[in-house]
Design a protein around this ligand. Sequence first.
Ligand code: FES
Length: 293
Amino acid sequence: MRPFDDIDRLAAWPALDKVAAPARDLVNKLLTNRKVADVLHGVPIGHPLHPALVQLTLGSFVSASLLDALPGTRRSAGTLVGVGLVSALPTIAAGWADYSQAHEEQQRVGIVHAASSATMVSGYAVSLVQRLRGRSGRARLWGWGALAVGSAGAVLGGHMSYHQALGANHAEGYPHIGPEDWTDVGTLDELPEGAPTRRVVGDVGIVLVRRGQEIRALGERCSHASAPLSDGELTVEDGQECLVCPWHASVFRLDDGKVVHGPATAPAPTFPTRVRDGRVELRVATWPGVPAS
Ligand code: FES
């Protein structure tokens, strides 16, 4: 049996829902400000915020515990524990924001990840108190114990990112698998005006939105968690027409796929279209942000 099979069993264990579901509901109840939610997801930086902040928090704790194994490093180690504890606040907030928009299976692993991370942070908080009281032996032991628990939690976090693809860009593959040449997707007359419409081009699904002679084309799978964007609704944000994801309400600009609101942080891939002799054509194998020739 492979060691990580146990984590898959965790993801398939419904008993965890007794804790995971109320935790998700509580976060959704508290996190109602969209601007704050966008920042916590990482929309302004175009990348999930939680894993970026984890570098600082976990890096500080690991460094502190390594220094604790060396002579004459008490002050430096204490400072790093303090940095880890302060940075843990936004790290935890960003993690809960992502958790609140995750699948059930991701949340089951996530709730155990959160419990182990909370144990680690509490352990380092006790370690800091021991340091301030001059009990450096106990402080070191608390830190090492906390790090052991936190490391197990970090493995779960990595599993959520790499195995369960929480925070990954689910639309990354389009340029790799779509047809390179201009491809026919039907007549202009068949496309309804102002309604997201699904077409299949080669092996990939595309969502088309027609406004008169102008056709905007986006990858059909949401970059956040693969929802079918053709089931989404159109809206207007800052004067620009956008598409709202049907699952977690990420908002993508039609013109360039930019994320206006999360939880998605990666843009929807957009594709050039043209109308020839009343037929719509598009190219898929183009890279986001790179103009098609
Ligand atoms: S699948 Fe979550 S916002 Fe689209």
